[in-house]
Design a protein around this ligand. Structure first.
Ligand code: SF4
Length: 148
Protein backbone atom coordinates (compact mmCIF):
# COMPACT_ATOMS: atom_id res chain seq x y z
CA UNK A 1 0.00 0.00 0.00
CA UNK A 2 1.35 3.44 -0.89
CA UNK A 3 1.89 6.17 1.68
CA UNK A 4 -1.18 7.31 3.60
CA UNK A 5 -3.00 10.45 2.55
CA UNK A 6 -3.60 12.67 5.59
CA UNK A 7 -6.99 14.30 5.74
CA UNK A 8 -9.00 16.65 7.92
CA UNK A 9 -12.79 16.93 8.15
CA UNK A 10 -14.73 20.12 8.87
CA UNK A 11 -18.38 19.63 9.76
CA UNK A 12 -21.29 22.07 9.85
CA UNK A 13 -21.79 23.41 13.35
CA UNK A 14 -25.50 22.62 13.12
CA UNK A 15 -24.38 18.99 13.63
CA UNK A 16 -21.81 19.80 16.29
CA UNK A 17 -22.93 16.98 18.57
CA UNK A 18 -22.45 14.43 15.79
CA UNK A 19 -19.98 11.73 16.78
CA UNK A 20 -18.96 11.29 13.16
CA UNK A 21 -20.62 7.91 12.76
CA UNK A 22 -21.42 8.16 9.05
CA UNK A 23 -18.15 9.90 8.15
CA UNK A 24 -16.01 7.35 10.00
CA UNK A 25 -17.95 4.43 8.56
CA UNK A 26 -17.54 5.83 5.06
CA UNK A 27 -13.86 6.46 5.69
CA UNK A 28 -13.36 2.85 6.78
CA UNK A 29 -15.34 1.51 3.82
CA UNK A 30 -13.92 4.05 1.34
CA UNK A 31 -17.43 5.14 0.37
CA UNK A 32 -18.75 8.49 -0.81
CA UNK A 33 -15.98 11.07 -1.17
CA UNK A 34 -13.57 8.65 0.51
CA UNK A 35 -13.68 6.37 -2.52
CA UNK A 36 -10.82 8.65 -3.60
CA UNK A 37 -8.65 6.59 -1.29
CA UNK A 38 -9.78 3.17 -2.47
CA UNK A 39 -6.27 2.28 -3.53
CA UNK A 40 -4.31 4.07 -0.83
CA UNK A 41 -4.03 4.40 2.90
CA UNK A 42 -5.70 7.32 4.61
CA UNK A 43 -5.19 8.91 8.02
CA UNK A 44 -7.52 11.34 9.76
CA UNK A 45 -5.45 14.15 11.32
CA UNK A 46 -8.21 16.59 12.29
CA UNK A 47 -11.98 16.76 12.85
CA UNK A 48 -13.90 19.79 14.00
CA UNK A 49 -16.82 22.11 13.24
CA UNK A 50 -16.90 25.45 11.45
CA UNK A 51 -18.06 26.92 14.82
CA UNK A 52 -21.27 28.34 13.41
CA UNK A 53 -22.25 30.76 10.65
CA UNK A 54 -20.35 32.27 8.94
CA UNK A 55 -17.73 29.61 9.68
CA UNK A 56 -15.09 31.53 11.59
CA UNK A 57 -13.27 28.37 12.66
CA UNK A 58 -12.45 27.40 9.06
CA UNK A 59 -9.53 29.82 9.03
CA UNK A 60 -8.04 28.57 12.28
CA UNK A 61 -8.68 24.90 11.79
CA UNK A 62 -7.38 24.93 8.23
CA UNK A 63 -4.03 26.12 9.54
CA UNK A 64 -4.04 23.54 12.31
CA UNK A 65 -4.90 20.68 9.98
CA UNK A 66 -2.20 21.62 7.50
CA UNK A 67 0.34 21.90 10.33
CA UNK A 68 -0.69 18.37 11.25
CA UNK A 69 0.14 17.26 7.73
CA UNK A 70 -3.31 17.33 6.13
CA UNK A 71 -3.06 17.08 2.35
CA UNK A 72 -6.80 17.11 1.81
CA UNK A 73 -9.57 18.85 3.76
CA UNK A 74 -13.07 17.41 3.40
CA UNK A 75 -16.09 19.64 3.93
CA UNK A 76 -18.61 17.27 5.44
CA UNK A 77 -21.69 16.06 3.60
CA UNK A 78 -23.85 17.82 6.19
CA UNK A 79 -22.93 21.14 4.57
CA UNK A 80 -24.63 19.91 1.40
CA UNK A 81 -27.66 18.16 2.86
CA UNK A 82 -28.62 20.59 5.65
CA UNK A 83 -31.71 22.77 5.29
CA UNK A 84 -30.63 24.99 3.74
CA UNK A 85 -27.24 23.79 2.47
CA UNK A 86 -24.35 25.89 3.75
CA UNK A 87 -24.15 29.09 1.67
CA UNK A 88 -20.37 29.29 2.21
CA UNK A 89 -19.19 25.97 0.76
CA UNK A 90 -17.44 27.51 -2.22
CA UNK A 91 -16.03 30.32 -0.08
CA UNK A 92 -14.52 27.79 2.34
CA UNK A 93 -13.11 25.71 -0.52
CA UNK A 94 -11.54 28.67 -2.30
CA UNK A 95 -10.16 30.13 0.92
CA UNK A 96 -8.55 26.90 2.14
CA UNK A 97 -7.05 26.10 -1.25
CA UNK A 98 -5.59 29.57 -1.76
CA UNK A 99 -4.53 30.29 1.83
CA UNK A 100 -3.02 26.91 2.69
CA UNK A 101 -2.38 25.26 -0.68
CA UNK A 102 -4.37 22.24 0.46
CA UNK A 103 -6.76 20.23 -1.69
CA UNK A 104 -10.40 20.59 -0.65
CA UNK A 105 -13.04 17.97 -1.40
CA UNK A 106 -16.69 18.79 -0.84
CA UNK A 107 -18.31 15.88 0.95
CA UNK A 108 -17.52 12.94 3.19
CA UNK A 109 -20.06 10.12 3.56
CA UNK A 110 -22.58 9.22 0.81
CA UNK A 111 -25.69 11.37 0.68
CA UNK A 112 -28.46 9.50 2.52
CA UNK A 113 -31.48 8.67 0.36
CA UNK A 114 -33.91 10.70 2.50
CA UNK A 115 -31.91 13.88 1.89
CA UNK A 116 -31.62 13.32 -1.84
CA UNK A 117 -35.37 12.70 -2.03
CA UNK A 118 -36.29 15.82 -0.05
CA UNK A 119 -33.84 18.16 -1.76
CA UNK A 120 -34.97 16.86 -5.13
CA UNK A 121 -38.59 17.60 -4.25
CA UNK A 122 -37.62 21.04 -2.91
CA UNK A 123 -35.55 21.81 -5.99
CA UNK A 124 -32.60 22.79 -3.79
CA UNK A 125 -29.93 21.41 -6.08
CA UNK A 126 -31.34 22.36 -9.48
CA UNK A 127 -28.76 25.03 -10.31
CA UNK A 128 -25.82 23.77 -12.36
CA UNK A 129 -23.32 24.76 -9.67
CA UNK A 130 -24.50 21.88 -7.47
CA UNK A 131 -23.53 19.12 -9.88
CA UNK A 132 -19.76 19.17 -9.18
CA UNK A 133 -20.37 19.82 -5.47
CA UNK A 134 -22.61 16.76 -5.15
CA UNK A 135 -20.66 14.43 -7.43
CA UNK A 136 -18.22 12.98 -4.84
CA UNK A 137 -21.01 11.89 -2.47
CA UNK A 138 -23.95 11.03 -4.70
CA UNK A 139 -23.07 7.29 -4.71
CA UNK A 140 -25.51 4.66 -5.97
CA UNK A 141 -29.04 4.04 -4.77
CA UNK A 142 -28.19 1.05 -2.59
CA UNK A 143 -25.40 2.97 -0.85
CA UNK A 144 -27.63 6.02 -0.29
CA UNK A 145 -30.24 3.72 1.23
CA UNK A 146 -27.62 2.16 3.50
CA UNK A 147 -26.75 5.63 4.86
CA UNK A 148 -30.37 6.62 5.56
S1 SF4 B 1 -24.32 26.53 7.40
FE1 SF4 B 1 -22.12 26.70 6.87
S2 SF4 B 1 -21.31 28.41 8.06
FE2 SF4 B 1 -23.31 27.85 8.94
S3 SF4 B 1 -22.87 26.42 10.60
FE3 SF4 B 1 -23.15 25.16 8.79
S4 SF4 B 1 -21.13 24.92 7.77
FE4 SF4 B 1 -21.00 26.57 9.28
Amino acid sequence: MSEKTKIGIIICNRYRTCAGGKCLRALKNREGAFSLYAETGVELVGYTTCDGCPGGNVEYTGEEMVKNGAQVVHLATGMLVGYPPCPYIETFKNFLEKRYGVKVVVGTHPIPKKYLDLHTSLGTWEAAKWEPLLAPTLADEATREAYN
